[in-house]
Design a protein around this ligand. Structure first.
Ligand code: FAD
Length: 511
């Protein structure tokens, strides 16, 4: 071989121009690496999903006539990093060129950028996955300024001509957010579609993880339900467009514990397939828009709500990530408490938390509002160190890769960036959880009580958060109403609430 081309686990893009023609002199390398299993403790299903998808991708390349070397942990545990492995392969095959696609996170990008072997020509190229090319970031993002998703999203709609009628948004509005805030009523629960799940045999991978003592979290399944090939990802996309898209926007923020499909609801669950690049955001958006055009059951708020997540949020957080290399150090509220042990067991009496955590442990998945308004809100109000919060999110979710996890967790959910992404903290009392879910019914705690024995911890914690951060937040126009409510409370009531919050925090491990 003359050339080695490295393909990382989240670079499984079959449409990449690398694969347009067969080069007999080129060896593709895909490798299971301990360094990737160890940078954080991952959910076992996440590791299995990546390894299974990588193995399948290598097989497909070989079947198509390319030359691809797939290395399992059995072959690679002796190498402490990609660079050690690459050095050996380059020597072994005496190649003169090493090529790679630019990694999507600082950790790997810096590591591979440091790679040099004398006499070998190193070059990199784009993954050709995202809609917005990296070179265009400066036109859309300014470091350390507030960057607003909504204006970014409008530019993207125009630039890529998605749901546009000439230069106007289709349906007369850019955004139908106010139509996306419905709660499930008893009658709706029986309509929730059964999720399409796969049955990928990962028993050999599980054996390898055990053999090499890879530490993981969560429930192991030898039949993995996540899509691990382009074909499965497309099937899931088709299934979503047919069965979930008609009500996607409508129930986007709703949560329930009274349906056997409570973990999947109307969500696409395409995030792993997208982030591993098994399918492209363009294909997902095009198919959703096509489904809207051909199916009368899908109206504009549903499809717009979905398009916004991918064309808007997903591309937006990526831009924020790359324009803020120091983001991982941000800690606006100087939060420093440790994450309670029940984040790894689900063993808490708070029903909302227990539902979201148990589901995450079982499926390596939670939907957006569970991540933002249940676990995220709890961590915000209890001042958990954002490093701990990041590690938990980065480990537990099947779709978690730093470029998308970090801005969502540290920025959106913890407001640790002081408002680079969000216009105000997503802090909420039990009132929000009760409004958007049925979690509070049957919970040990009372959602309507602030200070009593059975009061939901979120209530006093919420007001404590408001009081404690008044200097940082009270001037924010979007918080003015809340501060009005707080300031009108009598000092006795304030004291009772703050005392309750203090006692909740003292017993945080026992909630
Ligand atoms: P759907 O609800 O069907 O949405 C469709 C797609 O839109 C998703 O697959 C995803 O690609 C994209 N999307 C939706 N919301 C966002 C968002 N806020 N940012 C980026 N893309 C978005 N998403 C990840 O892919 N990886 C993460 O590590 C991750 N961490 C998160 C952490 C927190 C604290 C929060 C609040 C959100 C996080 N998200 C993350 C965003 C979102 O929760 C998931 O993308 C979504 O739940 C995945 O499920 P789905 O595919 O069914 O999404």
């Amino acid at each position: 071989y003359k050339t080695i081309r490295l393909i990382l686990g989240d670079q499984l893009n079959a449409g990449h121009s690398w694969f347009k023609s067969i080069d007999e002199d080129c060896l593709y390398v895909i490798a299971e690496m301990l360094q990737e299993t160890e940078y954080v403790k991952h959910h076992v299903q996440k590791v299995c999903a990546f390894f299974h998808a990588m193995e399948g991708f290598a097989e497909a390349l070989n079947q198509a006539g390319h030359h691809c070397l797939y290395l399992t942990l059995d072959d690679t545990t002796k190498y402490s990093s990609f660079n050690d492995l690459l050095k050996e392969l380059i020597n072994k095959y005496s190649v003169s060129y090493f090529e790679y696609q630019l990694p999507d996170e600082f950790r790997l990008r810096n590591q591979i950028a440091d790679f040099q072997v004398s006499g070998v020509d190193v070059s990199s190229c784009s993954t050709e996955h995202f809609l917005l090319p990296e070179e265009d970031f400066p036109k859309y993002f300014t470091a350390d300024k507030h960057n607003r998703m909504e204006s970014f999203y409008r530019k993207m709609r125009k630039r890529f001509d998605v749901l546009m009628v000439e230069d106007k948004p289709e349906g007369g509005q850019w955004n139908f957010d106010q139509k996306n805030r419905n709660k499930f009523k008893a009658l709706d629960l029986k309509d929730i579609p059964e999720p399409l799940i796969f049955s990928n045999d990962v028993s050999d991978i599980l054996k390898r993880l055990q053999k090499h003592r890879v530490k993981t979290i969560g429930k192991a399944e030898s039949n993995l339900l996540w899509p691990t090939s382009r074909k499965q990802a497309k099937e899931l996309l088709d299934y979503f467009c047919q069965h979930c898209l008609p009500r996607f926007g409508y129930f986007q923020d709703a949560m329930t514990c009274n349906s056997e499909h409570k973990w999947s609801l109307y969500h696409s669950r395409l995030s792993f397939a997208l982030n591993a690049k098994l399918i492209s955001p363009k294909l997902v958006i095009d198919n959703a828009v096509q489904a809207y055009r051909s199916n009368d059951d899908i109206d504009i708020p549903q499809v717009e709500g979905f398009v916004r997540q991918i064309l808007g949020w997903r591309e937006f957080v990526r831009g924020i990530y790359w324009t803020h290399p120091e983001y991982h150090q941000k800690n606006y509220f100087k939060a420093n408490r440790k994450l309670p042990a029940y984040f790894w067991t689900g063993n808490t009496k708070m029903r909302c938390l227990s539902e979201a955590i148990n589901q995450s442990l079982d499926y390596a998945f939670a939907h957006h509002i569970q991540r933002l308004m249940v676990t995220g809100n709890f961590c915000l109000l209890t001042e958990i160190d954002p490093d701990d919060v990041d590690d938990w999110y980065l480990g537990i979710y099947v779709d978690a890769i730093e470029w998308v996890e970090l801005p969502n967790t540290r920025g959106m959910s913890q407001f640790a960036d002081g408002g680079i992404i969000a216009t105000k903290p997503y802090a909420a009392s039990a009132n929000y959880v009760h409004k958007m879910s049925d979690y509070c019914t049957g919970c040990d705690y009372s959602h309507s009580d602030k200070t009593g024995e059975q009061a939901c911890p979120l209530n006093s914690l919420y007001w404590r958060f408001i009081e404690k951060n008044a200097e940082k937040l009270s001037q924010n126009p979007r918080m003015a109403m809340i501060y009005n409510v707080w300031n009108k409370k009598s000092s006795d009531e304030k004291d009772a609430i703050l005392n309750k919050a203090a006692s909740v925090l003292r017993r945080i491990e026992e909630l």
